[in-house]
Structures are given as structure tokens and as C-alpha cells.
Design a protein around this ligand. Structure first.
Ligand SMILES: [Ca+2]
Length: 374
């Protein structure tokens, strides 16, 4: 597998032969310049994206097909050094999520440990999860039985150990309920000072509906909000809007667009094609209010926010989560200038919020991702 190099406003793989011409030309120019420089450094890009110092991350997730897609993207990103995958209950019970995490790690060739964490929320009773992604949670795709064993440590111990080992540089990408992270923060009071940043797929900014990761364990989310760690929020409704894999035009042939991405020659074709088939069918049966023009894969946006920040639009806001009565599990985002709202929700915090992606480069990045798995 060739690592996908994200580079400022575009994303390229060294073997890239196809793609939209402007992006291709830009990518080629950058690569040539990089070679000529003899330094292995690409122009105008942060050091951690050019390969020598990838970001050490732990991906905490509840796979799930969406998480699986996100792991595939993360697994080929040169800008990431995946130190561990930790599983939490969520889209499926913990046992199934941990099993899928192991199978996915094997499938995409991750060498890092995989650990299981929480099976239930901190305080709230286990909420019924939304209709999952078919049998086994992976859109009916049966991955090979994993050969690896789960790490002997619980997720929170592994998170803490890596945070110490990475000396303040560790980032977390959280794609499920926040119970593992909150448990780690409770058990290790010095952990917050050892985490560089957390990127969370969490909350809705426009939809009034409860967002699954937030509502599954709002008390855990509140502990994370109060931790003092820098937080980057990827709201689920925003992520749906900007990770569509079909043409946003309602009159277009939506199937063709995604089909272009899932190349049969890719080693990860079986998984991605299975996700495509399943979601195509689901979309035909019942178009979701979340993605009226197509089928988004929101977990992908959280990975993109870390590996390709320059194609993301963001703003700052104040975020809070309800933990009481009928407000339990709801999230709210306020402008930083809204002092009355902020004063009324003292348990929230200032966060960075994803508001959009450059959709053309996003599609290009996915194509590069698929092609990097040979
Ligand atoms: Ca998830």
C-alpha cells in the first residue's frame, strides 16, 4: 500500500494517473518540486503532512461501515501515525465493534494494537442505536476473520500509555460515543495535559434531531468538553452534507459518481463496494432527511479534518451538551459573542467547528485513497 500524501489544498498519491486535470497538474508540479528540492519536503505544506513527522493518533470508534470507511482513509494517510484503534459500543454492542475493529485493522494492514473499551455509557442507560448498516454492521460485507488478538489493556489504559509515550503530541479521532475518552480522563487526571487535540464526530448544528454519538453518552461528552483539551468538532449534519459520494444534483445519475471511486483493482474494493451496494439500496428505499441528495459517510469528515485541514472550512463557536431531563443528549452551538447563552451553559467550551469541505478535492482525495490500496 502506498501512503496517501495530503498536501495543503489538494491530495495526491505518487502513482496517481487519473483525476481532474487542475488537481492532477498541481499535484504533479508539487511532486516534481519536491523531488528537485532533494529535501523530500513539499512546498507550502506543514511538516507533519509531508511524511517525516506524521501526527500520532488513536482512532476511537464503533465500527460500523462509516467507521470502516474512515479507517480505510486513515490507514493510507501519510500524515497519520496510527498508534492504536480503540473500540466502544455504539452502532453495535461492544463485542461486535471490537471484532469489526480487529477485522478492519487486519484488512487494511494496520500494525497497531486494537483494544476494547466501554460496553455501556457512564450514567445513561444504553440507548437503542439507529438502524445499523446491515448484518454485522459492515453493510453485509464479511471481512476475513481477524488473526490478531485484542490488546490486553482496556481502551483507556492504552490511550493513557500512548499519551505518555507521545509526550504531548497524541491526537484522538473519535467516531463513536465518548465513553472511552471520558473514562480515561476520570482515571488519569493528568491525561488532559498530555493530549494535543481531539477531533470528534459529534452533535448537529442545523438539525434538531439528537446526534447519536452525543446522545449515547452526554455525560461523557460533557467531561470531554470540560477537559481543557483543544477540541475540533465535526457536526454530523455538516459531515453528511459534505461527504456525499453522489452528485449533488438531484437530476444527475447519482450512482455513477460513487461507482467511479470504488475501483475494482483496489485491495479494499470488497468493503467499499459492499458499502456502496448497501447504501445505494437503502437510499432507494428511504432517502434520508440527512442526505437528501446522496449518501454521506460522516465519519470520513473527521479524518479529513485532521489529514487535510486546508480543504476544510471552519469557525469557532461555544458548544454545550444537555445532561438533564428532556435536554439530555442534545447539543448546541453558540456564537462566541452570545454571552447570555454562554453564561447559561457554563459546562460547555470553546471549540472549532467544521462547516464545509472543498467537495472537488474531497472526491479526488477518495479516489487517491482507493488507488493507494494495491
Ligand atoms: Ca461511528
Amino acid at each position: 500500500m502506498k501512503k496517501l500524501i495530503t498536501n495543503g489544498p489538494t491530495a495526491v498519491s505518487p502513482s496517481k494517473k487519473r483525476g481532474r486535470r487542475p488537481v492532477f497538474l498541481l499535484a504533479t508540479t508539487i511532486l516534481v518540486c519536491g523531488v528537485l528540492s532533494g529535501l523530500g519536503q513539499l512546498l507550502d505544506q506543514p511538516d507533519y503532512l509531508s511524511g517525516p513527522s506524521p501526527i500520532p493518533v488513536i482512532i476511537d470508534c464503533d465500527p460500523g461501515a462509516d467507521d470502516g470507511y474512515a479507517l480505510v482513509l486513515a490507514g493510507c494517510a501519510a500524515g497519520l501515525d496510527i498508534r492504536a484503534v480503540t473500540a466502544v459500543y455504539g452502532s453495535l454492542p461492544l463485542g461486535a465493534c471490537a471484532q469489526n475493529a480487529c477485522a478492519l485493522a487486519d484488512y487494511i494492514g494496520l500494525r497497531c494494537p486494537v483494544a476494547a473499551g466501554a460496553a455501556v455509557p457512564l450514567k445513561r442507560s444504553l440507548q437503542p442505536s439507529a438502524a445499523g448498516s446491515g448484518a454485522g454492521g459492515l453493510c453485509g460485507v464479511a471481512l476475513p476473520v481477524p488473526t490478531r488478538q485484542l490488546d490486553a489493556r482496556p481502551a483507556w489504559q492504552l490511550i493513557y500509555d500512548e499519551a505518555v509515550a507521545q509526550n504531548g503530541k497524541l491526537q484522538l479521532i473519535c467516531l463513536g460515543p465518548l465513553t472511552n475518552i471520558a473514562t480515561a480522563l476520570q482515571l488519569y487526571p493528568d491525561l488532559a495535559g498530555k493530549i494535543d487535540k481531539i477531533t470528534l464526530l459529534c452533535g448537529n448544528v442545523s438539525l434538531s434531531a439528537r446526534e447519536p454519538n452525543a446522545s449515547a453518552d452526554p455525560h461523557a461528552l460533557q467531561l470531554v468538553l470540560q477537559s481543557g483539551i483543544e477540541l475540533q468538532i465535526v457536526p454530523r449534519d455538516t459531515a453528511y452534507d459534505c461527504t456525499y459520494l453522489s452528485n449533488p444534483s438531484p437530476t444527475a445519475n447519482t450512482d455513477t459518481y460513487w461507482g467511479e471511486i470504488v475501483s475494482p483493482s483496489s485491495r479494499v474494493h470488497a468493503l467499499l463496494a459492499g458499502v456502496q451496494r448497501y447504501t445505494d439500496e437503502q437510499w432507494r428505499v428511504e432517502a434520508s432527511a440527512l442526505d437528501p441528495n446522496g449518501r454521506g459517510l460522516p465519519d470520513l469528515a473527521a479524518v479529513i479534518a485532521v489529514i487535510a485541514p486546508s480543504i476544510c472550512q471552519k469557525r469557532t463557536a461555544y458548544m454545550s451538551v444537555g445532561t438533564q431531563s428532556e435536554q439530555c443528549g442534545t447539543t448546541a452551538f453558540y456564537p462566541l459573542t452570545d454571552q447570555p447563552a454562554i453564561a447559561a451553559h457554563p459546562a460547555g467550551c470553546r471549540v472549532t467547528v467544521l462547516t464545509g469541505l472543498d467537495s472537488e478535492i474531497y472526491i479526488q482525495l477518495l479516489r487517491d485513497m482507493v488507488e493507494s490500496y494495491r
